[in-house]
Design a protein. Structure first.
Length: 92
């Protein structure tokens, strides 16, 4: 199958990790509710929110700050909702 026809599953899970790909986090309507990737590592009780962006060179710092602040509330919510010790926001 060609790579451009591959449609990844929106949720992958095993005994040590949970991975959301382009999926909403909660049922409620809130901003920043659909990050690109969310990984919950159960072995270290940590969640990682990954947001992928391709900014223009002169917007790089501005976009990076916007992405972190955009998902900060979601990080606190994930920490409480999924019973993890910490949640990290990563920009790519």
């Amino acid at each position: 199958m060609p790579y451009y026809r591959y449609d990844p599953a929106s949720v992958l899970e095993n005994s040590s990790a949970l991975l959301y790909w382009d999926r909403t986090i909660t049922d409620r309507y809130i901003t920043a509710n659909r990050p690109d990737i969310v990984l919950v590592d159960r072995s270290v009780r940590r969640a990682i929110i990954v947001d992928i962006t391709i900014p223009h060179d002169d917007n790089l710092v501005k976009v990076e700050k916007e992405k972190v602040s955009k998902y900060l509330d979601r990080a606190y919510e994930i920490t409480a909702m999924w019973n993890v010790d910490s949640t990290v926001v990563v920009r790519c």
